[in-house]
Design a protein around this ligand. Structure first.
Ligand code: IMP
Ligand code: MG
Length: 179
């Protein structure tokens, strides 16, 4: 397992510190409001848990599980909702919490979908961002780390459902996914 990691890209300490910074910034920006967090499963569960502990305004949470991948490993503009939020988000201040923005296809679709349900606002907080991979225009309101175009795992992120439990974000050795 650990031998599949080429190097640590973001350490456990740096992730904790960033969740704190983002939580403080979000708490300032939403002062006087309450936040409806939509945690995108599965990848963002760990980041979302850390982030929420650093938010000081009232917050509720629900989960969505979406899949934009067909047979290949590239996302498409069409997302499939495997699990939707359980409540009406009309007039709520929605904060989507995502693990990573790659092509942007998933989040663009998701954001438009939630906006179409008459939320009063829809913002995005992502732990990681790969700007060089963007295929559609979508900007996150809160970004943990901009990273290079490398396949990373850990802290919620997986390859073939593995490595989500690692407490850091690490670069997966190419030989693991190219074999
Ligand atoms: P997008 O629609 O291309 O932006 O895809 C975003 C989704 O692809 C993320 O939520 C992840 O599930 C997955 N993904 C993209 N890059 C990585 C990576 O480097 N490691 C693990 N999952 C990734
Ligand atoms: Mg994901």
């Amino acid at each position: 397992m650990i031998e599949d990691i080429a190097r640590v890209m973001v350490s456990e300490d740096a992730l904790k510190q960033k969740a704190k910074e983002l939580g403080e910034q979000i708490s300032r920006d939403y002062a006087g409001k309450s936040i409806f967090v939509v945690c995108i499963l599965k990848g963002s569960f760990m980041f979302c848990a850390d982030l929420m502990r650093c938010i000081t305004v009232p917050v509720s949470i629900d989960f969505m599980c979406v899949s934009s991948y067909g047979a290949g490993s590239r996302s498409s503009g069409n997302i499939q909702i495997l699990k939707d939020v359980g409540v009406d988000i009309r007039d709520k201040d929605v904060l989507i919490v995502e693990d990573i923005i790659d092509s942007g296809n998933t989040l663009k679709c998701l954001k438009e979908m939630l906006e179409s349900r008459a939320a009063s606002s829809v913002k995005i907080c992502t732990m990681l961002n790969k700007p060089s991979r963007r295929e559609v225009e979508i900007d996150a309101d809160y970004i943990g780390f901009d990273i290079e175009d490398e396949f990373v795992v850990g802290y919620g992120l997986d390859y073939a459902e593995k490595y989500r439990n690692f407490p850091f974000v690490g670069v997966l050795k190419r030989e693991v996914y190219e074999k």
